[in-house]
Every structure is written in C-alpha cells, then in structure tokens.
Design a binder for this molecule. Structure first.
Ligand SMILES: Nc1nc2c(ncn2[C@@H]2O[C@H](COP(=O)(O)OP(=O)(O)OP(=O)(O)O)[C@@H](O)[C@H]2O)c(=O)[nH]1
Ligand SMILES: [Mg+2]
Length: 298
C-alpha cells in the first residue's frame, strides 16, 4: 500500500455559543495552551488553529468565537469569523453544554445546514451533571438535525476527548500534510502573548471594561546575553475611566495583570521574560472599523 496516497487531512471547526468550552477543548486536544479561556462569554475574538498530526492524518482544528446575536462592529466581526469557519471546513464540531437545556436558537442549526458538512454533536461539561441527564439531552438534540455522531466530553477534565478526536479521521478527505508534524498552531507567539495579557484582564475586570480592551505587543526582543526576552505591550481601553480601573489603586491592578501574564508567557516560551505594560485610551475603538483593523481585527 502506498501510504502517501492514503494520507488524510482537513479542517475541523469547533463552533457553539459563547462560553461553552470551545477554547478549553482546543487546548485539551493539542495538549498546550494556545487559546485563552475565561468564565466570561465572548472571550475568543479570532479563529485559532490547533494542529494534530498522526502517521496517516493531519487534523486542523479551528477554535472560533462564540456565535450570538451581534450588534456592535466588534461582535459582528467575531460572529463573522465563526460563521465563515462553518462553511470552509470539512467537519464541524457543534459544542453544547450538558448542564443547560437544549438550545432553541436556530442560528447555529441554520449555519450548519448551509455548510453541508458532517456535524458531530459534542456535549461538553459532563462533569457537571449526573449520567442519567445525558440521554434525554441527546434525544432532544437529535430532533434538531442529524449528527454523524454524538460525543459527551469534559474538556476541562479530559474525559471523552480522545474518543472525539478518534472520530475525526474517517470524515476527512485524502490530502497532504499541510504543516510540519511537530507544529501545533499557526498563530505567532506575539499573538498568544497579547492574548495571555488579555486573558488576565478578562479574569480581573468586570462589566464592559474587558470587552473594550485590545492588547498590542510593541516590542519582543531576545537578549541572548542575559538569556531572557523583553516584551512591551500596550493595553488599549475605550474610555478614560477604564484606564483608571486598569491601573488600579497605586498601580496594583496593572501589576497583578503583568505578574500573572508573565508567568504564563514564561511557561510558553520556556525562558525568563521581562514584561512592560502600558495603558492607552482610544475612545470607542470597538465602534470603528478602521481602529479595529489597526488593533488586529480585520
Ligand atoms: N465544569 C466544566 N467547565 C468547563 C468545561 N469546559 C470549559 N469549562 C469552563 O467554561 C468556561 C468557558 O470556557 P471557554 O473555553 O473560554 O469557552 P469558549 O466556548 O471558548 O467561550 P468563548 O470564547 O467566549 O466563545 C471556562 O470557565 C472554562 O473553565 C468542562 O468540561 N467542565
Ligand atoms: Mg473561546
């Protein structure tokens, strides 16, 4: 048998409502933190690729922003990212929560209909429910559409995730290995660094503050003599009052954000990091297509 001819590859979108655990699942699949997660909805803003390569398959998992009724330009951007992912891929994983009743919103089923791709229903957060609750949920989702398979998982604990990944290769077309086998993602380290800072902001601020934040890495410089990396990043906020919140009393908040983000960044890069953070106000930037583009959302 010619092994090259048998190689399969393709894209697998992870879609669902905000906060269902899509990014947690992506990180669990690749075994490393490449996407940020938080208890707040609308954490992810961009598509993020996670690559799994085996002897005969390359699976390109795409984490997407949560699908929701979007009004502001920023939210529309996020939902566009997710919707187009449903159409461009070979397989879709529709992620739902085990501890919620069936999602009656037709938005996602309509998208899946349009994409005409095999859909696996992934019921996440099974660690939160007794087993008996699973079957009625599966039956209720079965009334919405047909699924190639249904896989209950806990992205947080890892249960069922291997089984889910094993379902994918048979659904992929024959194709080449697009990326080297040891590559886990295509997003640049600078992007992940900026996201890790944004994650700490999501975890530590509330109301509308975290939703008006963008982070830009302005300097990323390796110092071979001191064996460390110097990083400067700017936190962009929408209002003057948000700047005060971001800095905190006597700068306590920004220091905590910096310390926590630095630890994550050091773990990822495997080297000591010096992290400098600055806060800048850019009034109502999430309302302006031009400014969104400037901050990397285009
Ligand atoms: N108990 C439990 N919590 C989970 C599980 N998976 C994810 N979570 C939690 O759910 C919250 C949301 O997780 P994310 O991975 O950020 O969700 P998401 O779908 O990427 O959210 P958006 O990017 O906002 O659309 C976090 O607090 C996670 O820790 C799970 O299997 N069990
Ligand atoms: Mg996410």
């Amino acid at each position: 048998m010619n092994q090259k001819q048998e190689f399969r590859s393709g894209f697998v979108a992870i879609v669902g409502r905000p906060n269902v655990g899509k990014s947690t699942l992506l990180n669990r699949i690749v075994g490393q933190k490449i996407a940020i997660t938080s208890p707040k909805p609308q954490t992810t803003r961009n598509r993020i690729l996670g690559i799994i390569t085996t002897d005969d398959t390359q699976m390109l998992f795409v984490d997407t922003p949560g699908i929701h009724a979007a009004r502001s330009p920023m939210n529309r951007y996020m939902v566009d990212q997710a919707s187009s992912a449903c159409l461009d891929v070979d397989v879709v994983l529709w992620l739902v929560e085990a501890d919620r009743s069936v999602d009656k919103d037709p938005m996602i089923p309509r998208l899946l209909e349009k994409g005409k791709r095999p859909v696996i229903l992934v019921i996440n957060k099974i660690d939160r429910i007794p087993r008996e609750q699973l079957l009625p949920l599966i039956e209720a989702y079965g009334k919405i559409r047909e699924f190639t398979s249904v896989v209950p998982i806990s992205a947080l604990k890892g249960d069922g995730v291997e089984r889910l990944v094993n379902e994918v290769p048979q659904l992929l077309p024959k194709g080449p290995r697009y990326y080297p086998e040891d590559q886990l993602t295509d997003v640049p380290e600078r992007f992940i660094v900026a996201e890790m800072i944004r994650e700490q902001i999501l975890l530590r601020t509330k109301d509308e503050v975290p939703y008006g934040v963008a982070v830009q890495v302005e300097r990323f410089q390796e110092n071979t003599v001191r064996n460390m990396i110097g990083i400067d990043a700017v936190i962009i906020v929408e209002r003057d009052t948000h700047k005060g919140i971001m800095l905190g009393k006597r700068g306590v908040m920004i220091r905590q954000i910096g310390q926590a983000a630095r630890k994550d960044i050091e773990r990822m890069l495997g080297i000591k990091v010096h992290l400098g953070l600055f806060v800048k106000v850019q009034k109502n930037w999430t309302e302006s297509g031009r400014m969104m583009k400037e901050f990397g959302y285009e």
